[in-house]
Structure formats: structure tokens, C-alpha cells
Design a protein around this ligand. Structure first.
Ligand code: ATP
Length: 228
């Protein structure tokens, strides 16, 4: 399968390129969480990082989005080096295990938060929220309090909120692991279809092989801080 022509210039493939990334946490001795990881995620491609607890998946993902500072190595998009670019300038979105929705805002308020902060006019914001509610299958639930949603609905809202800013890459850290097994299987298919319909690149962290196979075009295995 191809994901569009390379757009990286200077011979670099388009999309996300991570090169020799090292993440070390201070301590005695220091924890070498990521020990020289290199990977590529093409435009519109979903890549899963699969591995046991503690192998460094979240640290690698955190360094990609910019919430974890790497000790060395680089993160780039097309030919743009983002290694020291602040989180909010990378145009990467993030979805966490528990959604981390704003409890004081309703569903529409959560989804429209990014566009509001970006200064989008009220009409355009309403349209964008309605479009995203349809994308994640929550039409008509815009005014619902997020505290009154099921776990699966919450994760759908979290996904819609991340997509609202039209990120070029979504980082998903165990996005379904707070849900029961049956719902997880069904939502994995839905999330895959949503990511593909939006054409967004995605890097997914999971410890569940079935989830990785369902959601990703490619699965990379990780062990003891290294990609195998
Ligand atoms: N902030 C931190 N300070 C110190 N050590 C950390 C920190 N965050 C993670 N670690 C350590 O780094 C290693 C990798 O952790 P990381 O969370 O990246 O792994 P993971 O594969 O995502 O695990 P899990 O699936 O349990 O979330 C572990 O040994 C962990 O204890």
C-alpha cells in the first residue's frame, strides 16, 4: 500500500521521521527509557508501537509530540526539524487513555475548545463541531455533559477534540485501554476508520497485539527501550 508521494524534499520521506531518539530520566542510576529509536510514519499512515509495560512506548511518543525532552536524536516532519519545537507548534494532536476531557464543558465545548482558542468565528466553530460529531458518531450529543457519557463516548469526544485542530499527526497513548474488551474491539475498528477518513497520520501506543493489528497499517515492536 502507498500513502501518497514523498513530500519531504532533501531526499527525506514525507511525514514523521524519528532518528536515533534517546530518552533518559534522571535517577541513580538514570533510567534509559528509549535507547536509540528510529521510525517513520508516512502521510495518512497509522503505525502502532507494541510492547510490554515499561518498555518505553509512552516516552517515545512523548518525545515525538514534545512533552518529553529527548537526550539526543531528532524528530522531524517532512524536512522540518521539530526536535526543540514547543508542543503547540508541532501541529500534532494527542489522545490519552482516559480522554482527559474538560469536565466543566459540554461535548460541543470540548470539541470546539481548540478552534475557540485559535480564534475561529462562532458560526464556523459550530459547523466544525457538528462535522466532527458526525465523524465520531455522536450526532445530537453536543449539549450533553461529559460527565454523563459512557467510557466509549468519552474517547470518541477526545478523538473529535484532537481532530478539531486538523493535526498532521495524532499520537494515541493506549486510547482504548480503559474500556471493556468487547467495546475495545468495536471501537478499534471505528477509530481506525475515522483516522483513515480524515487522512491524518497516527502513532498509536498499545500493549494489545489485536488492537495494534486492527488499527495500524504497520506494527513496530518495542522491548527494553529499543524497536525490534
Ligand atoms: N517521568 C519519569 N521519571 C523517571 N522514570 C520514568 C518516567 N517516566 C517513565 N519512566 C521509566 O521509563 C521506563 C519507560 O516508561 P514508559 O512509560 O515510557 O513505558 P511504557 O512502555 O509506555 O509503559 P506502560 O505501557 O506501562 O505505560 C520505565 O522504566 C519507567 O519506569
Amino acid at each position: 500500500m502507498t500513502y501518497g508521494a514523498p513530500t519531504g524534499g532533501r531526499g527525506m520521506p514525507g511525514g514523521l521521521t524519528v532518528t536515533d531518539l534517546v530518552v533518559t530520566y534522571p535517577g541513580r542510576p538514570p533510567v534509559e527509557a528509549v535507547r536509540g529509536a528510529s521510525l517513520h510514519v508516512g502521510p495518512g499512515e497509522t503505525v502502532a508501537l507494541l510492547g510490554p509495560s515499561g518498555c518505553g512506548k509512552s516516552s517515545l511518543l512523548g518525545a515525538v509530540v514534545g512533552i518529553v525532552e529527548p537526550a539526543s536524536g531528532s524528530v522531524s516532519w517532512n524536512d522540518e526539524d521539530l526536535t526543540t519545537t514547543p508542543v503547540h507548534r508541532r501541529r500534532f494532536g494527542m489522545v490519552f487513555q482516559d480522554g482527559q476531557l474538560f469536565p466543566h464543558l459540554d461535548v460541543a465545548g470540548n470539541i470546539g475548545f481548540g478552534p475557540l482558542m485559535a480564534g475561529m468565528a462562532a458560526d464556523a466553530r459550530r459547523d466544525r463541531v457538528a462535522e466532527l460529531l458526525a465523524v465520531v458518531g455522536l450526532e445530537g450529543l453536543g449539549e450533553r455533559a461529559v460527565t454523563e457519557l459512557s467510557g466509549g463516548q468519552r474517547q470518541r469526544v477526545a478523538l473529535a477534540r484532537s481532530l478539531a485542530a486538523r493535526p498532521r499527526l495524532l499520537a494515541l497513548d493506549e486510547p482504548l485501554s480503559s474500556l471493556d474488551a468487547d467495546l475495545r474491539r468495536r471501537l478499534a475498528v471505528d477509530v481506525r476508520d475515522i483516522l483513515r477518513s480524515q487522512g491524518v497520520s497516527a502513532l498509536l501506543v498499545t500493549h494489545d497485539p489485536a488492537e495494534a493489528e486492527t488499527m495500524a497499517h504497520r506494527v513496530l515492536r518495542m522491548k527494553d527501550g529499543r524497536l525490534l
